[in-house]
Write a protein that binds this ligand. Structure first.
Ligand SMILES: Cc1cc2nc3c(=O)[nH]c(=O)nc-3n(C[C@H](O)[C@H](O)[C@H](O)COP(=O)(O)O)c2cc1C
Length: 207
């Protein structure tokens, strides 16, 4: 049975626009594979504690001496990620980038000698690749001709997931949520069509 890891990062929980969009992505994935198991990792309302001193120190040393505190949490989150065939991240844009909740998850799963290795040629990811879908909600626009702010979210997530070996990252977004209900309704329709087009163009397991 396939496993989908759903990481939801908004403090608004299930009322969040990013949660809603990530549910639409999950809907498409489950339509293709109704038996898939969805593991929920809701970190927006129940944040992961930031990494502790022992964890940070162990990342500088040659060995991971800490087996307690946030190192334990890191191991739990890495195993959860390793066990997933596919990952769906629902996240708002906060201050032009990922919210603190998602950054904390990243600090736990992007770990030297565990999910990436440092080599003379640079950092090398240690996880086998798998699809990562990112559902973003933003108050304003961050892409296209009408973008009025820089986007540090999508290039950062692509780079940091790539660092651990996850190169197949696809982004969908609902932008301009701050422009009123009409704008949100239109954005939902547009992104819904985009999602339908994307998934209908993807080959199924049967070919
Ligand atoms: C702390 C904070 C920072 C934000 N920063 C941005 C930003 O930089 N750019 C933007 O377009 N919207 C920003 N927003 C607006 C949210 O991205 C927007 O309300 C989004 O729809 C929230 O998604 P959610 O419902 O999934 O939480 C910010 C919101 C908060 C609470």
């Amino acid at each position: 049975m396939k496993t989908i890891l759903h990481v939801s990062c908004s403090p608004r929980g299930q009322s969040a626009e990013s949660y809603r969009l990530s549910q639409m992505i999950l809907g498409h994935l489950l339509q293709r594979d109704p038996q898939a198991l969805v593991i929920e990792r809701a970190i927006g309302r129940d944040p992961i504690q930031p990494i502790d001193e022992a964890y940070a120190t162990s990342q500088q040393d040659s060995g991971d001496t800490s087996r307690e505190g946030t190192m334990m949490k890191s191991e739990e989150l890495v195993r959860e990620l390793e066990g997933a065939d596919c990952v769906v991240i629902g996240t708002p844009m906060h201050n032009m980038t990922v919210p603190a909740s998602l950054k904390s998850w990243i600090d736990h799963v992007v770990r030297v000698r565990r999910t990436f290795e440092v080599t003379p040629a640079g950092k090398v990811g240690l996880l086998p690749d798998r699809p990562v879908f990112v559902a973003i909600a933003s108050g304003g626009r961050f892409s296209g001709d009408r973008a009025r702010q820089p986007d540090f979210l999508t290039p950062y997530l692509k780079a940091v997931m790539g660092m651990i070996g996850l190169l197949d990252v696809t982004f969908f977004s609902i932008q301009s949520t701050g422009s009123g209900q009409d704008a949100v309704a239109k954005a939902r329709i547009r992104t819904g069509l985009e999602l339908a087009g994307y998934f209908s163009s993807q080959p199924t397991d049967e070919g």
